[in-house]
Design a binder for this molecule. Structure first.
Ligand SMILES: [Zn+2]
Length: 180
């Protein structure tokens, strides 16, 4: 996912009640602002909630006992082979399970304390989307676009979400993972 731009406030919510569709664990290998990380996690939960899916951030122990868990690793920066605009990448089929790498300094570089959690939350949702969809693709619209525009960053406040076709693929992906 590529970056540049500004955006707005934070959205928080969670789907109460039913069991989580997916457990995600976050590991930090960078010097991070933990308050920002916690806000970003809430943004990611809200994005999936708006798509009708309930994700839950789990502990390391919980993920170790869940073969379908997805790991998000926050790295300081990306390897040099990645262009400067690349913010993260996903390894859906790693030996240690699905793993996402997010480049913290790249994600937060152009964003202040208010907007960085929004961007980070959307980056994590985008990469989790890749893992669940299980196919190499991007969408023409919404959160799964290959490159976000200034307008997309602006819309992160409210409406930048998974496109309907992505919601369908996410639901299919979850069923496939559950059947494994
Ligand atoms: Zn992507």
């Amino acid at each position: 996912m590529k970056s540049y731009c500004l955006c707005g406030a934070i959205l928080m919510a969670a789907m109460g009640g039913r069991a989580a569709d997916l457990t995600v664990c976050l590991e930090t290998r960078a010097l991070v602002n933990h308050f920002m990380i916690e806000r970003a996690k809430l943004v990611t939960v809200k994005i999936f909630s708006d798509a009708g899916l309930r994700i839950e951030w789990g502990t390391r122990a919980r993920c170790a006992n869940d073969p379908r868990a997805i790991y998000v690793e926050i790295d300081t920066d990306g390897p040099a082979r990645y262009e400067a605009g690349v913010l993260a990448y996903a390894l859906p089929y790693g030996e240690l399970g699905a793993r996402i790498h997010v480049f913290y300094e790249r994600v937060t570089k152009y964003h202040g304390e208010r907007t960085a959690p929004l961007v980070l939350g959307h980056v994590m949702a985008h990469e989790i989307g890749h893992v669940l969809e299980g196919v190499v693709r991007h969408s023409e619209r919404g959160l799964m676009k290959a490159m976000w525009t200034a307008r997309d960053y602006f819309e992160m406040e409210n409406t930048l979400r998974f496109a309907p076709e992505d919601v369908t693929l996410l639901q299919l992906g979850l069923k496939t993972r559950a059947a494994r």
